[in-house]
Design a protein around this ligand. Structure first.
Ligand code: MRU
Length: 348
């Protein structure tokens, strides 16, 4: 199992995903500001992993709290700093909300006990993510059949979560069952999560993978090479519209044109029932340098204007199914997602 992120005594340790696959380097965060910066710089990335990192960030920040300080004010400061890191990832806000609820419920107890309680909650969030992803893999693997060639975009693997991954978790689970699956990985410009991370992960799992540039998917679909698409998600609106890495929408349109199943795999924490439709999802804009440069070298005129939205929205009508840990939802999503949450509430 890949150690994406770990709580180690009084620090948070994470693999530096910017350096992969060349170097396996670990970064140690000693306070919550370092955790927030690690999320912003994408040392850690992927919506579920960001959620876990944020929960650990809160626990770490609070661990440094001294007696006599305004505990509530300090707690809010920590949460607000982490909230400002990556606006699209729903799991970030979900995890912070859980930490806030834990704080509110326990704020009257002794400070050292409260610190322990927050660490415990963050560790539970991490452990639950591992279980959630195992379930997504288990439920989703039935959608893949022997001989499938699956296109994926960005990285929705173990590195993007506490472990196992979502979209890649399904692929690996189907592969381990003996199905012959071949993956086509979009390189995913500008930061190359597909080329650097997805290929690295699949190679470690011995899953056959072919790397393509983002503009090759249409050609391969036209040639009949791709049979299915599976991607992850950063935020899903009530009607099923899904924000994922920039370029996912293009793949969804191509899949529809070629009548190929287009699956989204995500934990229920990624679903944001407060948003009616995808256009309400906040889209993160990142630095122009990520587009102007390639491998640290400027590849254009240095003053050229740049657009760098980190995510786009695939309309629900392009999505064949949304695979969650609680079940597989089919269109119309307004109903199936609602039913999923109602069922969950009844079980709790
Ligand atoms: O900018 P990133 O690398 O954080 O974007 C990641 C993605 O778009 C993933 O597909 C998504 O977070 C799901 S990860 C299980």
């Amino acid at each position: 199992m890949l150690p994406t992120i770990q709580w180690k005594k009084d620090r948070v340790v994470m693999i530096d995903q910017r350096k992969l696959p060349e170097k396996e380097v670990y970064v140690e965060c000693q306070d919550y500001i370092q955790v927030a910066e690690a999320i912003e710089k994408m040392i850690i990335r992927g919506a579920p992993a960001i959620g876990v990192a944020a929960a650990f960030g809160v626990a770490l920040g609070f661990l440094k709290m001294r007696k006599g300080k305004d505990v509530e004010e300090e707690f809010s400061r920590i949460v607000q700093r982490l909230e400002r890191t990556r606006p699209t990832a729903r799991n970030l806000f979900w995890a912070l909300e859980r930490m806030k609820i834990t704080f509110e419920k326990n704020k009257a107890i002794d400070l050292s006990q409260l610190k322990k309680r927050l660490i415990k909650e963050a560790m539970e969030i991490e452990a639950e993510d591992v279980e959630t992803n195992k379930k997504i893999g288990f439920l989703g693997k039935g959608l893949l059949k022997d001989g499938d060639s699956v296109l994926t975009h960005c990285n929705a693997g173990a590195l993007a979560t506490a472990a196992y991954g979502t979209a890649l978790g399904i692929i690996v689970a189907a592969f381990k069952e003996g199905k012959r699956i071949h993956v086509y990985a979009d390189e995913t410009r500008p930061l190359l999560q597909g080329a650097r991370l997805t290929c690295w992960e699949l190679d470690k799992e011995n899953v056959p993978v072919t790397l393509i540039t983002d503009n090759m998917a249409g050609h391969l679909m036209q040639k009949g090479v791709i049979s299915k698409v599976i991607v992850g998600a950063d935020r899903i609106a009530r009607n099923g519209d899904t924000a994922n890495k920039i370029g996912t929408y293009t793949v969804a349109v191509l899949a529809k044109e070629h009548r190929l199943p287009f699956y989204v795999a995500a934990p229920t924490q990624t679903i944001d029932l407060s948003l009616a439709i995808g256009s309400e999802i906040p889209i993160e804009q990142r630095s122009a340098l990520e587009v102007r440069e390639f491998g640290g070298r400027c590849v254009t005129i240095p003053h050229v204007e740049v657009e760098n939205p980190a995510f786009d929205v695939s309309p629900a009508s392009y999505i064949s199914a949304i695979i969650t840990e609680k079940g597989i939802c089919r269109p119309p999503y307004e109903k199936s997602l609602k039913d999923l949450f109602n069922k969950t509430q009844r079980e709790e």
